[in-house]
Design a protein around this ligand. Structure first.
Ligand SMILES: *[C@@H]1O[C@H](CO)[C@@H](O)[C@H](O)[C@H]1NC(C)=O
Ligand SMILES: *[C@@H]1O[C@H](CO)[C@@H](O)[C@H](O)[C@H]1NC(C)=O
Length: 270
């Protein structure tokens, strides 16, 4: 596909980033079109991408660049025939791979040439598997005030990998060598995958038949389109120098695993 059919331009010198919000029509792999809303907050140094899936699941991904924190919020409607009512809000915190999302200042200056166009990402980054090992607890606020606000509705359903704590720059009050003081690790038996009979100590929720038993819940979601890099052009407008003239776009899917104390609180049936 030719770049000019993707048709994004960065008007670096003309657009004042006053209302930095983009509504993008995106085609998913099933061929359905959904709308993504991407908002940059330059003063907070964050980008938020949100969309509503056709099955009613709402996804909102926040990237906090200053603090290198990514917070994936998911709101899942319950299935009444499984005894689940209302909505459940979950949040998954991870270390933000800086290179993967373009920065808020560039994001804020991005405008679409043809806003109605249905877009497909140029590059498929495949699946990213992530196994949470702890509840976020007090660490969430210490890691990122923006993520803490973003995840407020998830309350105690904020999950992370304790190993990620060592990847973040040190925070006052957060000692990576004893993460137990700020996060609440899952029970020991839920973290070890092999027991004497070779079966995982805690089964996946899909195979657990007793709704009051603990299990490992799985959640799959795809961000079908996001700006994952800048493109550089050489040309006359800038006197032959290379300049930022567009964006590279990507698609990425996430498979999240996390421990639940009862199967009936596992709302994601994937
Ligand atoms: C897009 O997201 C922003 C920030 O969350 C929100 O204020 C705005 O109402 C959203 N717009 C649409 C059309 O969803
Ligand atoms: C950006 O974030 C700051 C700090 O949270 C907030 O006060 C401000 O309203 C946000 N700006 C926009 C445009 O959302």
């Amino acid at each position: 596909m030719d770049f000019y059919h993707i048709c994004f331009f960065l008007f670096y010198f003309f657009v004042k980033p006053t209302s930095p919000q983009l509504l993008i029509n995106v085609k998913n792999q099933g061929g359905d079109v959904m709308q993504e809303n991407i908002t940059a907050n330059v003063s907070e140094d964050t980008v938020t991408l949100e969309f509503l899936r056709l099955d009613g699941v709402y996804v909102s991904q926040l990237v906090d660049f200053t603090n290198e924190v990514e917070a994936m919020k998911v709101v899942i409607p319950g299935e009444e025939e499984l005894g689940q009512f209302g909505y459940q809000t979950l949040c998954f915190l991870s270390h933000a791979a800086q290179a993967d999302f373009i920065a808020p200042d560039a994001m804020a200056k991005l405008r679409q040439k043809n806003p109605g166009t249905v877009r497909v990402a140029e590059e498929d980054k495949g699946w990213r598997q992530s196994t949470a090992t702890a509840w976020g607890g007090r660490a969430v606020r210490l890691l990122s005030a923006a993520a803490a606000r973003h995840c407020a509705a998830a309350r105690d359903r904020v999950y992370l990998r304790a190993a990620d704590l060592a990847r973040w720059p040190p925070r006052p009050g957060l000692d990576p060598s004893s993460p137990g003081s700020a996060v609440t690790p899952f029970p020991e038996h839920a973290l070890t995958s092999d027991s004497s009979d070779g079966k995982p100590a805690v089964p996946p929720c899909l195979t657990e038949t007793d709704s009051s038993k603990e299990c490992i819940c799985h959640l799959e979601l795809c961000v079908n389109w996001y700006p994952c890099g800048l493109k550089y052009c050489k040309g006359k407008p800038q006197g032959g120098l290379s300049y930022r003239c567009g964006i590279k776009t990507c698609r990425r899917c996430h498979r999240q695993q996390y421990y639940v104390r009862r199967r009936d609180v596992c709302y994601s049936h994937t």
